[in-house]
Write a protein that binds this ligand. Structure first.
Ligand code: UD1
Length: 420
């Protein structure tokens, strides 16, 4: 296993290019199950999660090639409609093959994903939506065993205790594309990644309206065709590099970003005093202003993303004054608090709130990554801490950030990989 070593205290300067969005790519890969025709996807990030989804597609009988950011999926053999526990338990997005399998093959045996460090993470909304379309789903030995004679369009309310669900919306929307008649999903997730999937499905011949709003209408079609699609830029990676510039008081140009997908993050950073020049596909972050504490509450899109909560906490940890960070999507997503405190931060957790009292200086320490975005927060803290920080278990980081240490090194950070 590798660890990352960071010598803190270097200002980041230069240009960085943002990769394609993991959370858009994974469901789009699942959508390839809906057709027998070839599918070509461009701007795909090389990530552990990308490889997991490719393995899953291959195990289902697809042939998949991945070269220089382009994934080509073709049908090779009969689909066995089986998604193994090993692949689904390491990555929840694998569960998104359930809807496409039921819609195209009328049967599926897909492992339940189980919980993870950021919380219980149920799949009740996925099952509710698919059952409403006419899927008969039983839970047997940890697997969802599903069958149907024919899916039929339905009017489905998909809101849960914590608001809308991104992957449940994806799963149900994909299945509804091949259902007979019209489906209306209410309380649908509005995330740009859901919109990217919908745009891709439309290229496949699906009839979808209202994506990007809480009410999506899908008129089922008989078959779907192959497609070519370019993945949208990763708004969470762009947000992470924006904070990297601010936390190190650097000056960086972030290319291939889509600022329209980042309004809540940019607005909060503006409130904190950050000066960010917004281009049509870029951001210039020049940290020459004083950063003030801010209160942040995570919410479904267009609210502040939970996937940026740990990173903004790292910034507030070194911002003089008190900030309150409230997590409304995953109330237990605070594993990074104890690790940041090991680096000298003053953060107290009170239920779904973290009260952050900014300190002048963090100090480098050995810390442990617990999940993808928590890892990013520890790297950000390491960039500004005095001395050396080692972040172990970086396989979490590799799940969602393409070449993070190379991109940071290119900006002047002192960061390298070592064997544990
Ligand atoms: C997706 C993202 C993840 C992000 C999350 C929230 C991908 C691959 N992952 O995950 O990075 O952190 O959105 O923006 O796109 N819930 C239920 N029942 C369900 C499903 C979800 O109660 O059936 C709850 C969850 O526990 C959570 C909330 O709904 O509290 C939102 O989760 P959801 O949007 O489903 O997250 P994912 O789609 O799994």
């Amino acid at each position: 296993m590798d660890k990352l070593v960071i010598e803190g205290g270097y200002k980041l300067k230069g240009e960085v290019t943002i990769s394609g969005a993991k959370n858009a790519l994974l469901p789009i890969l699942a959508a390839t199950v809906l057709t027998d025709e070839p599918c070509i996807i461009r701007h795909c990030p090389v990530l552990r999660d990308t490889n997991t989804m490719i393995k899953l597609l291959r195990s289902l009988g697809k042939a998949v090639e991945f070269n220089q950011g382009v994934i080509k999926v073709t049908s090779q053999s009969d689909c066995n409609c089986f998604a193994d526990y090993k692949l689904v338990s390491t990555m929840r997005a694998s569960f998104c093959v359930l809807g496409p399998l039921i819609a195209k093959y009328k049967k599926a045996r897909v492992s339940l994903p189980g919980g993870c460090v950021i919380g219980v993470r149920p799949v009740d909304l996925h099952l509710k939506g698919l059952r409403a379309l006419g899927a008969d789903i039983e839970i047997e030995e940890g697997y969802c065993v599903a069958k149907t004679k024919n899916l039929k369009g339905a009017h489905i309310y998909l809101g849960g205790e914590y608001g809308s669900s991104v992957l449940a919306t994806d799963n149900v929307m994909m299945a509804a594309c091949l259902a007979k008649g019209t489906t209306i999903i209410e309380a649908a997730a509005c995330e740009p990644e859901v919109v990217d999937l919908a745009e891709c499905l439309i290229k496949m011949g699906a009839r979808i309206r209202g994506h990007g709003t809480p009410i999506i209408e899908i008129e089922g079609v008989k078959r779907l065709k192959g497609f070519e699609h370019t993945i949208i830029p990763d708004r969470i990676e762009a947000g992470t590099f924006t904070i990297a510039a601010l936390i190190t008081k650097g000056d960086i140009l972030i290319k291939n970003a889509n600022p329209r997908h980042m309004m809540s993050v940019l607005d909060k950073l503006k409130e904190s005093g950050a000066k960010i020049q917004v281009g049509s596909q870029s951001l210039r972050v020049k940290a020459n202003s004083h950063i003030r504490p801010i209160n942040v509450t995570t919410l479904p899109y267009p609210g502040f993303p939970t996937d940026m909560q740990a990173q903004i906490m790292a910034l507030m940890a070194v911002t003089s004054g008190i900030s309150v960070i409230t997590e409304k999507i995953y109330p237990d997503r605070f594993m990074h608090v104890a690790e940041l405190n090991r680096m000298g931060a003053h953060i107290q957790r009170e239920g779904p709130h973290a009260i952050v009292e900014g300190v002048k200086q963090l100090s480098g320490a050995p810390v442990m990554a617990s999940d993808l975005r928590a890892s990013a927060a520890l790297v950000l803290a390491g960039l500004v801490a005095k001395g050396r920080t080692t972040v172990s278990r970086i396989y979490h980081l590799e799940r969602g950030y393409e070449n993070m240490e190379d991109k940071l090194s290119g900006l002047g950070a002192k960061i390298w990989r070592e064997k544990e």
